[in-house]
Ligand binder design. Structure first.
Ligand code: HEM
Length: 207
């Protein structure tokens, strides 16, 4: 069996993955901040987001940002998925995945005993969280299409339970994605070597 040192050296992220990851982070930031401004123009619930956290200045400006960010999110996301599937990485990095494995890794992590020496593979909690983010972004795009062109995407609208339900689906998918990003950033801060790996593609000798 390979030693930890050997495994650490083999940990790498290809250039296309790093590029699509960072473009995705920019796109998500644009979509969330402009989405909050659009929400404020006609709040679905009894609160508004602080203006300082929103993008676009006013409804028209926010919609422009939202549509521009949408193309980046969509094209970049499709590219990420296609390259992940074509390279076989999707299956080797995110599977196998089991409920038992997730619980085992989660309880090990909560006891502070989950090892992070080997960055060449994701633990089961990471696998689940990343797959969740991918599926959630897909749901955001689908429900967003319904809100954007509800007549043209009539079948999607009906599948989502109608326009009003699609609006709620879009909102809660956004809230879950923001929750994912918050946890993701805490995890990155706890294991900063992963950040170097996602920036340079390779792991340094020490952290
Ligand atoms: C500035 C904000 C962000 C930072 C600093 C960051 C950092 C990282 C790092 C360091 C990794 C690699 C983890 C590892 O190798 O163990 C990673 C992976 C990942 N991140 Fe982020 N991230 C950010 C924003 C986002 C956002 C906004 C999303 C999606 C909403 C996201 C989704 C993912 C996914 C899905 C992976 C796994 C990628 C793969 O292996 O295919 N990240 N991130």
């Amino acid at each position: 069996m390979a030693s930890t040192a050997t495994l650490e050296k083999t940990a790498s992220h290809p250039g296309w993955l790093r590029l699509t990851h960072w473009l995705n982070a920019v796109a998500v930031l644009i979509m969330v901040a402009s989405g909050w401004r659009i929400f404020n123009a006609s709040p679905l619930f009894g609160f508004s987001f602080p203006s300082s956290l929103t993008l676009g200045g006013w409804l028209g400006g926010a919609l422009q940002w939202h549509f521009a960010g949408m193309w980046l999110l969509f094209v970049n996301g499709v590219l990420y998925l296609m390259l992940n599937i074509a390279s076989g990485r999707l299956f080797t990095r995110f599977f196998p995945l089991s409920l038992r494995g997730v619980f085992t890794d989660l309880s090990t992590a909560l006891r502070g005993k989950l090892a992070h020496d080997d960055l060449s593979h994701y633990n089961q909690v990471q696998r689940l969280a990343y797959l969740f983010a991918i599926v959630d972004i897909a749901l955001l795009i689908i429900s967003g299409l319904v809100l954007w062109k509800s007549v043209q995407f009539g079948l999607l609208r009906e599948l989502l339970g109608g326009y009003e339900t699609a609006r709620r689906v879009h909102f809660f998918a956004m809230a879950l994605l923001v929750g994912f990003v918050a946890v993701h950033l805490v995890m990155v801060a706890l294991v900063p070597r992963t950040l170097r790996l996602m920036i340079t593609g390779k792991e340094g000798k020490s952290s």
